[in-house]
Design a protein around this ligand. Structure first.
Ligand code: FAD
Length: 369
């Protein structure tokens, strides 16, 4: 039997940025027949669904030479091409100004962990990078980033999947390989697990090493001008808080942040935190209120809370488990960088899927001899 042209049935679990990007990339190969199944879809807001709560921008966070750094590097051309040539994706270029205070340099676990050198490894990945060191030892970066209007981008990704023939359906999976039975062609050969933080609970995975890192934000109608970030603010010794603002493309408003708190999973916005976020934003970014420095001049759209799916030992991207006879390929644990590492992660999954297909082909040839 020559199975050189055999199709591969794939079920992707998850419609966050990881699942959608992965399904889209895999669907470009017409031998892949893809069903995507998810509990939450673009348009939904829930604490179990991280992607709608992101900023989102591109600021590399992986350690130099790490897999994460590779995924982030491999995602920039994708985002940059969308910003340049596809306004319908809801992504635009934004100048980004970042300040790492001397006391935060080298601090692990914060959003600025890889912004500690005058010349970070990613200085040539993004355009227009310049940096300086202040007399107090603080580090300042200016570069061109992107800001993603996630309210446009997630549905856009979904529509690209539909265009490529991906079969999309709602479903709640109890045990990971049950997803194989939901494939539109009968049974999937491969299940791709893009369930983010819910991989803590998903039967057959139950990864207890995942940590939910709470991020609280405020979305305002005010124009925040260029992207701004400072590594930390004085919040009386509570869990880590920085201050950032990013102005989303196409009328998406400006996201003000934010917290990075691994000790609290409450989905309810804490109004004390919200006031601190807004006070620092108007003080540090005069674009927001024309320099009045008053939070009453902010026009609030909504308060937000999302839980970042952090895996302290690194993400699980491209690892394969064979469970109940089904090949399960994982892509979860993207912490604070799910968007900026999305296409790089998807390419890794594409590589692993091609490897599995090749093995299947070789096994088929041996059997037919
Ligand atoms: P999710 O978005 O959580 O999606 C998981 C999917 O799996 C959902 O569709 C869910 O319904 C489905 N699912 C889970 N379990 C099951 C099940 N059992 N059955 C069926 N379906 C299931 N990243 C950046 O790159 N740049 C940023 O600027 C940025 N800013 C952020 C700001 C905040 C405040 C927060 C909270 C996060 C930020 N992030 C940012 C991180 C980014 O949002 C995440 O890394 C990313 O959204 C993770 O996406 P995901 O697809 O892996 O998971």
């Amino acid at each position: 039997m020559d199975n050189a042209m055999a199709d591969t049935n794939i079920t992707v679990i998850g419609a966050g940025v990881t699942g959608l990007t992965t399904a889209f990339l895999l669907s470009k190969n017409k031998r892949n027949k893809i069903t995507l199944v998810a509990k939450f879809m673009p348009g939904d807001f829930d604490i179990e669904y991280t992607s709608p709560w992101a900023g989102a921008n591109f600021l590399p966070m992986g350690a130099e030479g790490s897999d994460q750094a590779r995924y982030e590097t491999n995602t920039w051309p994708w985002l940059s091409n969308l910003a340049k040539n596809h306004p319908e994706a809801g992504i635009h270029f934004q100048q980004c100004k970042l300040h790492t205070l001397a006391k935060d340099i080298g601090a692990r676990g914060s959003l600025f962990a890889e912004s500690r050198d005058k010349l970070p490894w990613w200085k040539d990945v993004v355009p227009d990078f310049v940096s300086s060191v202040g007399s107090d030892g603080s580090i300042h970066y200016s570069f061109t980033s992107v800001c993603i209007n996630i309210a446009i981008y997630l549905p856009w990704l979904l529509s690209k999947c539909l265009e490529e023939g991906v079969n999309i359906r709602r479903g709640v999976i109890g045990f990971v390989t049950d997803a194989a039975d939901l494939h539109h062609n009968g049974k999937a050969d491969i299940v791709i697990n893009c369930t983010g933080l819910q991989s803590r609970k998903l039967g057959g995975v139950e990864d207890k090493s995942l940590v939910a890192v709470r991020g609280q934000t405020v979305l305002v109608r005010n124009d925040g001008g260029p992207m701004f970030g400072i590594s930390s603010i004085d919040n009386g010794g509570r869990e880590y808080e920085g201050s950032y603002s990013m102005t989303r493309a196409a009328g998406g408003g400006t996201i003000l942040g934010g917290t990075f708190d691994p000790t609290n999973e409450s989905p309810i916005p804490d109004l004390n935190i919200a006031v601190r976020i807004m006070e620092h934003a108007v003080k540090l970014n005069p674009h927001l209120t024309g320099g009045t420095g008053k939070i009453d001049d902010l026009d609030i759209v909504r308060h937000g809370v999302g839980l970042r799916p952090l895996r302290p030992q690194g993400p699980r991207v491209g690892e394969v488990d064979v469970i109940r006879g089904v090949q399960v390929v994982h892509s979860y644990g993207h912490g604070s960088w799910g968007y900026q590492g999305s296409m790089g992660s998807a390419k890794e999954i594409e590589r692993v899927v091609a490897q599995i297909e090749q093995q299947k082909k070789t096994a088929g040839k041996v059997l037919s001899k």
